[in-house]
Design a protein around this ligand. Sequence first.
Ligand code: ADP
Ligand code: ADP
Length: 228
Amino acid sequence: ANVIEIENLHYTYRDGTKALDGLNLTIEDGARVALLGPNGAGKSTLLLHLNGIYQAQQGKVKVQGQELTSRNQQWVRGVVGLVFQDPDDQVFSATVWEDVAFGPTNLRLSKDEIASRVEGALAAVRMAKYRDKAPYHLSYGQKKRVAIAGVLAMNPRVIILDEPAAYLDPCGKDILMDILSRLNQNGATVVIATHDVDLAAEWAEQVLVIKDGRTLAQGGTSLLADEH
Ligand code: ADP
Ligand code: ADP
């Protein structure tokens, strides 16, 4: 089944820039997807629609078969977790533990449930031993993993990452992509938006190529053969 379906999505910014221009795509539940496209293609604008931060001006965004509207924003934020490109936009608490606990605490879960989610999320990104550190003192790649843990602690069905490998050294990049593969093996749908064709070819099963606010191609990684 498709966890995400987009039909004829349009989005124009206030200054008149047409960022999405009749975009269609589907993402299967449990897939490992790369959303590829050059800078300015509309990737970030699209991602902001997938968890309800932006609303469709025209067309439809469906998650688990439900069309997103102003009434189910809260719900979709629990289903689709978004990891921004820059962890400094997402990681702000005094300690790693508090940062990852922020979302579950807002859900008013029990103390035990919060603790178990935070521990699980920190283990998944291999940051358990940094739980009492200030995020401020961590490396960029470690902060990125804390941001991911904060999203995981919400138990999302779909995890979307904007340029996950940006500014990481090769080792940090390998660790991160390995973490994402494991999350996918455990059942999550994982979508990475990137302009890195090699990363997409190496890591993804499904590829969506976006350009000028539309889907140019959707299929397996063989789609990328021409670009090498
Ligand atoms: P990508 O993530 O693929 O680089 P974006 O979704 O960021 O693409 O941008 C799509 C288009 O929308 C680009 O032309 C970009 O300049 C424009 N754009 C993005 N954000 C804004 C904004 N806040 N106001 C006006 N134009 C924007
Ligand atoms: P883009 O325009 O492609 O999104 P930017 O150069 O604007 O990229 O950087 C995006 C964010 O990443 C900025 O907030 C910037 O501070 C941060 N950033 C850029 N380079 C580094 C780096 N080497 N280490 C950590 N953060 C960085």
